[in-house]
Design a protein around this ligand. Sequence first.
Ligand SMILES: [Mg+2]
Length: 227
Amino acid sequence: MKTYKILLFDADRTLFDFNMAEYQAIRKLCGYLEIPFSDNVYNTYSTLNDALWKQFEKKEITHSFLQTNRFEQFLNKLGRQGDPEKLNSMYLSFLAEGSYLLNDAFYVCEKLSKKYDMVIITNGLIRAQTNRFNNSDIAPFFSKLYISEKIGVQKPDKKYFEYVLNDMSIHDKSSVLVIGDSLSSDILGAQNAGLDSCWFNPQNAECTLPTPPTYTISALTELLEML
Ligand SMILES: [Mg+2]
């Protein structure tokens, strides 16, 4: 094990319970639209939104297309009329209220913050991510929040990581460890940028990348033994 000094943490589904935040935001949006909410309605949204984020990671679509198109598709699937831009704006407000953490995230971050400089690296929208992060209990443990919308490029693009390293004045890449749940954005991005990576894989999924991550963990608490 190398001696790392800086930990770059992904936010959603690594430290934050994004599914819960999204679930609650869609529930509130359905309340506004007077649509009966169910797990099915949520799954409809979540599936199409995840597919759009995958396209976004591959640079096939822009942030702004993603934001309106997801609600265009959502309204279509529900057979409803509405203004997708307005719905997106309302959704982001509701989403920004959801700072739910995953199990062990607070405990692990508190411990690690005593030894490491830690920042958040997230592919997300400024409005939602800033609020969710600032309102969370783990905010004090991180020195900075890097959001793709603000930087203008997203993980897995190595330019995203170069921006972060440059902004933090990091010259020694071997002092950095990237920790995240997504193979296609966090782990591939770390590999593109020549950084070590730790894949948070709580579902014990199979690694589909040609090059495996440097480390794989299934619980955040494993970081405490590892680092
Ligand atoms: Mg994630």
